[in-house]
Design a protein. Structure first.
Length: 310
């Protein structure tokens, strides 16, 4: 290769987490001889141009800046990376139904391989995890844990007290976190990776076509990543009584007087951990053990099938 030729290059960079990291890595690369360096923490890479063959200094500079550089590689003419936006003809290599974590993982990988990708979403971008699952549940559980610990630490000579929880404020803060992460971890990636996001409900009309609100979307391959929704079992009397689901429980603005959690798997256990927000009642449970005779506090409260609020 001509030593004076200008090459477009790419380097994977681990350890970047924010826009500042992008700037630090780009600066380090340019200090080491790269030109037009751009780093992207979401993609974990930097692209730049280089005149000549001296790549040794690049990795050293990135390392000195506190990040973990990979081996620089020349971007081929045919490289799928920064490339082609999707066409406007609504014809794709891959159409994904759903926009949750599974859908995004697939879209990112497909774009890395150079595919034209469309993503269809009937509800809110990001799906379950960021909107009504992992993120909001952990935000509320952490608040609950802090509240519990304020009144239950084990240190002699230290007096702390948990005040009355303001669940509306907890939920408002949770909603802010969800909105920020939805934007940063999902919505922003649509542009960053260059795929098309199509809002609306997907309906198949043929082996190579689906329709979204009347708009045909053709693709060579389809991925169904439609996740799951809360489901209530047919328990006699349940409909008449009324019930919360994991989604609606995470949006309560006031603590319920009492809460029975039906189902003791992961999500049921999380819902049971609302308990530290309220005073746990001492109720006998099957087997004759008192409901509070096991380990207590966040992380343990969930093993009960019913938590009690007062
Ligand atoms: C309270 C709670 C806590 C959780 N905590 C954790 C945790 O800590 N760790 C963990 O790993 N997992 C956790 N999970 C599970 C995790 O959230 C899910 O497993 C994961 O989000 C599923 O992702 P997905 O991409 O498969 O589907 P989803 O994120 O559910 O996305 C599916 C999307 O498809 C859309 N859709 C459906 N039908 C159509 C259609 N016809 N057209 C267009 N769009 C459509 C839906 O609107 C939805 O947005 C939790 C779940 C809950 C409810």
């Amino acid at each position: 290769m001509n030593a004076k030729a200008k090459k477009q290059m790419r380097m994977t960079v681990q350890g970047m987490t924010c826009d500042d990291c992008n700037r630090h890595v780009a600066h380090a690369l340019e200090t080491a001889g790269a030109r037009d360096a751009r780093a992207d923490y979401r993609r974990g890479e930097a692209v730049f141009s280089l005149v000549g063959e001296d790549t040794a200094a690049l990795g050293a500079a990135v390392k000195d800046a506190g990040y973990r550089p990979g081996r620089p590689e020349v971007l081929e003419e045919t490289s799928p990376r920064p490339p082609v936006r999707n066409g406007s003809q609504d014809s794709y290599n891959l159409a994904i139904v759903g926009s949750g974590s599974a859908a995004f993982a697939a879209a990112i990988r497909a774009r890395d391989l150079g595919a034209r990708v469309a993503m269809v979403e009937a509800g809110t971008i990001g799906g379950t995890c960021v909107n009504v699952g992992c993120v909001p549940s952990k935000a509320v559980l952490r608040a609950s844990e802090v509240h519990f610990e304020a009144g239950h630490h084990g240190f002699a000579g230290i007096t702390t007290r948990a005040g009355k929880p303001d669940l509306a404020a907890v939920v408002a803060q949770k909603d802010e976190l969800v909105a920020a992460l939805r934007q940063e971890k999902y919505a922003d990636l649509v542009e960053a990776y260059g795929f098309d996001f199509i809002p609306g409900k997907a309906r198949f009309t043929g082996p190579t076509e689906l329709v979204v609100d009347g708009r045909p979307v053709r693709a060579d391959r389809f991925l169904i990543a439609t996740g799951a929704s809360p489901w209530a079992p047919p328990i006699p009397g349940l409909e008449e009584t009324g019930y919360l689901t994991s989604t609606t429980a995470l949006d309560l603005k006031e603590l319920p007087r009492s809460l029975a959690v039906i189902g003791g798997n992961a999500i049921g256990l999380e819902m049971g951990q609302y308990c530290p927000f309220g005073r746990q009642d001492h109720r006998p449970r099957p087997g004759g053990r008192d409901a509070d005779d096991g380990p207590s506090g966040p992380g343990a409260g969930g093993h009960r099938t019913a938590g009690e609020y007062r």
